[in-house]
Design a protein around this ligand. Structure first.
Ligand code: ADP
Ligand code: MG
Length: 620
C-alpha cells in the first residue's frame, strides 16, 4: 500500500445535509447512537465469525469475539472497540464516507415528517453510524481488517464538510471508535448511563459487551423473543416492533410464545393497528422473519402463517431447523407445516381472547382486518370452523354494532332453524330490500352482508353450529292463516293481475325469465327472485365485483298483488308511455336494491319523466 500521509476527502451532498440535521437538532432520543454503534460492532463480529467458519486465514484467530466500552468523564470521551471484521483503507472510505447516499436521501425525506422521530430508527436507513454526530464533537474510527496483511487505518471527522484518512497503529484486529462528546452529551461518559442504554436497546446483542474494567458482560445476549415473557417490559415490545416494522403506531396486539413439542420454537408476533403499511415502512413485503437459533435465515417467510394472516408481523425462531440452511431445505424439512399449525392456532386463540376480553379493541381489529378473516373462511377450509367465532356482522335489528354468530344464535326466535342473511350493496340499501319484507314483519334477525368479500366468505360459511345459513331471497316463508286471509282481501283480482303481468313481460322482454305474484311482499311492490337453476346470487355479486364480463342475470320478477302501485298501474291505459316507463322503473329499482344495477345513473332521466307525469296529473 502507498505511504499514508493524512488525506482529506469531502462528504457527498446528502451526507453533509444528514450530518447537519443530526448535529444541530436536539433529539430527546440521542442515546440511540450507542445502539447504532453497538449494532455495527455486532454486525462486524458476526461477519468475522462467518469468515472464521469459511476461511482459516484470519488475523488474531484466538481473540475473543467481544465489544469493549471505555469512558472517561474528565476528558469527555467514549471509546467503543470490537474484535470484529475490521476495515481496510478502501473499505473505511467506502463505508463511512461514500455510500449510503440513497439511505441518507430516504432518511432526509422521512425526517421531514414531524409526526415521528425518525432518529429512533435511523439504523434502518443504512446510515446508523452518522447518528454518533448527535452527541460527538469529533469522531475517530481506527480499524484493522481481519486480512492478515492489512494495516491499521484511521478515519477522522469533526462534523464539517470533510473527513481525514491517515495511517494508524493498532495491535489487534477490529474497530475502535473514539468519540469526543459534546458538552451537553457528557452523560454518555458515565458508566451507569451507558449500561442503562445497553439494557434498554442492546441487551440482545449476541456478543459480550464489557464496560470499563469489569470482566462481566453487561448485556443479556439473548434475543427478545427468547427472553421469558415475564422479564419483558411492555415498552420493550413496542420498541422492538418499531425497529422491525418502522411503524410508529403502537401494535394492536403482541403474541409472545414458545413451545417444545411437537416442534421447538419461539415466536414474537404483532398485529399492527392499521392494515395499511406506513409509506416509510421499509418492510415492503409480508412474511415473518425466520431465525434458526438466533440467526436470520429468511427475512420474509410466507410459509409460517396462512395467507389470510399475512398482516401479522414478527419473528419465529426454531432450534429444530438445521443451521445455515437454504430456503429449499427449510421447505423440505417437514418442520414448516408443524410450525405453521402451531402459530396459526395461537394467533386465532389470541384473537378469540381479545374478542372476549376487550370488545372495543376487537372492534378496531375487525374494522382493519376483518376482510382477511373473511378471506380465510373462503380459502382455508381447515381453519374455517375456528375463524367462524371471530366473524362480526351488522344485522337488520342491530345495524350499528357488531354481532358475532354466537350472539345472533342466542337471539334467535323460538323454532328458528336457520341463520338468515341478505346480500346487498351497502347496509342502507340492504335494509330497504323487498326480500326483508317478510322478515321485518316477523321480527326476525337477518345478517347484512354488504362487503364484496362477504360473497366469497359464504363459500366457507354454510353452517354455524347446527344452523345453516340461508339467503332471505331464497328462504321459505311461512305465513299464518290470518296473514294469508289479510293478504287475500287486499289482492287485485286474478284476471286483472294476469293482464298486468303480461304487460310487464311485454315491456321487459328478455330481461326477465318470468313475472309472477308473490305472497311474501308487504311494503315493496316487487322483488327479483332467482330461477332455481341459476348461478347463486353470491357468485353473481362476486363476478360483478371482479369486473368479469358482467351481464345482469336473468331473474324472475315477483310482484306484490296487494300493492297500490299495481292497482294504480291497472288504471292507466294499457301500453301507454307512462305505464311503460313505470314498469321499467319498477324493474330497475328492484335491480338497484339488489346491488345488481350495472348503470344506476341511467335511471335519472326516467325518474324525471315520472315526476313530470305526476306533477301534470296534480295540476289537471
Ligand atoms: P449499516 O450498518 O446499515 O450498513 P451504518 O451507517 O451503521 O450502516 O454503517 C455503515 C457501514 O460502515 C457498515 O455497513 C459497515 O460496513 C461499516 N462499519 C461501521 N461500523 C463498523 C465496525 N464496527 N466494524 C466494521 N465495519 C463497520
Ligand atoms: Mg449500522
Amino acid at each position: 500500500m502507498t505511504s499514508m500521509e493524512t488525506q482529506r476527502f469531502n462528504f457527498k451532498a446528502e451526507t453533509k445535509q444528514l450530518l447537519d440535521i443530526l448535529i444541530h437538532s436536539l433529539y430527546k432520543d440521542r442515546e440511540v447512537f450507542l445502539r447504532e454503534l453497538l449494532s455495527n460492532a455486532s454486525d462486524a463480529l458476526n461477519r468475522l465469525r462467518f469468515e472464521m467458519a469459511t476461511n482459516r486465514n484470519v488475523l488474531d484467530p484466538g481473540v475473543e469475539l467481544k465489544i469493549h466500552i471505555a469512558a472517561d468523564k474528565n476528558s469527555r470521551t467514549l471509546t467503543i472497540q470490537d474484535t470484529g471484521i475490521g476495515m481496510t483503507r478502501d473499505e473505511i472510505i467506502e463505508n463511512l464516507g461514500v455510500i449510503a447516499q440513497s439511505g441518507a436521501r430516504k432518511f432526509l425525506e422521512a425526517a421531514k415528517d414531524k409526526k415521528a422521530d425518525f432518529t429512533q430508527v435511523i439504523g434502518r436507513f443504512g446510515v446508523g453510524f452518522y447518528s454518533v454526530f448527535m452527541v460527538a464533537e469529533s469522531v475517530r474510527v481506527t480499524s484493522r481488517s481481519f486480512l492478515p496483511q492489512a494495516e491499521a487505518v484511521s478515519w477522522f471527522a469533526s462534523g464539517d464538510d470533510s473527513y481525514e484518512i491517515s495511517a494508524a497503529e493498532m495491535s489487534e484486529r477490529g474497530t475502535r471508535i473514539e468519540i469526543k462528546l459534546k458538552e451537553d452529551a457528557a452523560e454518555f461518559a458515565e458508566e451507569y448511563r451507558i449500561k442503562n442504554v445497553i439494557h434498554k436497546h442492546s441487551d440482545y446483542i449476541g456478543f459480550p459487551i464489557y464496560v470499563g474494567e469489569s470482566k462481566e458482560a453487561v448485556n443479556k445476549q439473548t434475543s427478545l423473543w427468547r427472553t421469558p415473557k415475564q422479564e419483558v417490559a411492555e415498552e420493550q415490545y413496542k420498541e422492538f416492533y418499531r425497529q422491525t416494522t418502522l411503524d410508529f403506531e403502537e401494535p394492536l396486539l403482541h403474541i409472545h410464545m414458545s413451545a417444545d413439542a411437537p416442534v421447538q420454537f419461539y415466536a414474537l408476533l404483532f398485529i399492527p393497528s392499521k392494515a395499511e403499511r406506513s409509506i416509510f415502512s421499509l418492510r415492503k413485503d409480508d412474511g415473518l422473519k425466520l431465525y434458526s437459533r438466533n440467526i436470520l435465515i429468511d427475512e420474509y417467510n410466507k410459509d409460517l402463517l396462512p395467507e389470510y394472516l399475512r398482516f401479522v408481523q414478527g419473528v419465529a425462531d426454531s432450534e429444530d431447523l438445521p443451521l445455515n440452511v437454504s430456503r429449499e431445505t427449510v421447505q423440505s424439512s417437514g418442520l414448516m407445516p408443524k410450525l405453521k399449525k402451531a402459530l396459526t392456532g395461537q394467533v386465532i386463540r389470541e384473537l378469540e381472547n381479545l374478542a372476549k376480553n376487550d370488545a372495543e379493541k376487537y372492534g378496531k381489529f375487525w374494522k382493519e382486518f376483518g376482510v382477511y378473516l373473511k378471506q380465510g373462511v373462503a380459502t382455508a377450509p381447515a381453519d374455517a370452523d375456528n375463524i367462524h367465532p371471530l366473524l362480526r356482522f351488522k344485522t337488520n335489528l342491530h345495524p350499528e354494532t357488531w354481532s358475532s354468530l354466537e350472539e345472533y344464535v342466542s337471539r334467535m326466535k323460538e323454532g328458528q332453524k336457520e341463520i338468515f342473511y341478505i346480500v346487498g350493496e351497502d347496509p342502507k340499501s340492504a335494509l330497504r330490500s323487498p326480500h326483508l319484507d317478510y322478515f321485518h314483519a316477523q321480527g326476525a334477525e337477518v345478517l347484512l352482508l354488504t362487503d364484496p368479500l362477504d360473497s366469497f366468505m359464504l363459500m366457507g360459511l354454510r353452517k354455524y353450529k347446527d344452523f345453516e345459513l340461508k339467503n332471505v331471497a331464497q328462504a321459505e316463508v311461512n305465513l299464518s292463516e290470518k296473514q294469508k286471509r289479510e293478504a287475500e282481501a287486499e289482492k287485485i283480482p286474478a284476471a286483472d293481475f294476469d293482464r298486468l303481468a303480461e304487460q310487464f313481460k311485454k315491456v321487459l322482454g328478455e330481461r326477465v325469465t318470468d313475472v309472477r305474484a308473490s305472497n311474501r311482499l308487504s311494503q315493496s311492490v316487487a322483488r327479483l327472485a332467482d330461477a332455481d337453476n341459476t348461478t347463486n346470487p353470491e357468485l353473481q355479486r362476486v363476478y360483478k365485483f371482479l369486473g368479469k364480463e358482467y351481464e345482469i342475470p336473468k331473474k324472475i320478477l315477483e310482484l306484490n298483488p296487494s300493492h297500490n302501485i299495481l292497482k294504480n298501474l291497472l288504471k292507466l291505459e294499457t301500453g301507454s308511455e307512462l305505464q311503460t316507463i313505470i314498469i321499467e322503473q319498477i324493474y330497475d329499482s328492484a335491480l338497484l336494491v339488489e346491488g345488481l344495477h350495472p348503470d344506476p345513473s341511467s335511471i335519472a332521466p326516467r325518474v324525471q319523466q315520472i315526476i313530470e307525469a305526476a306533477l301534470t296529473k296534480r295540476s289537471e
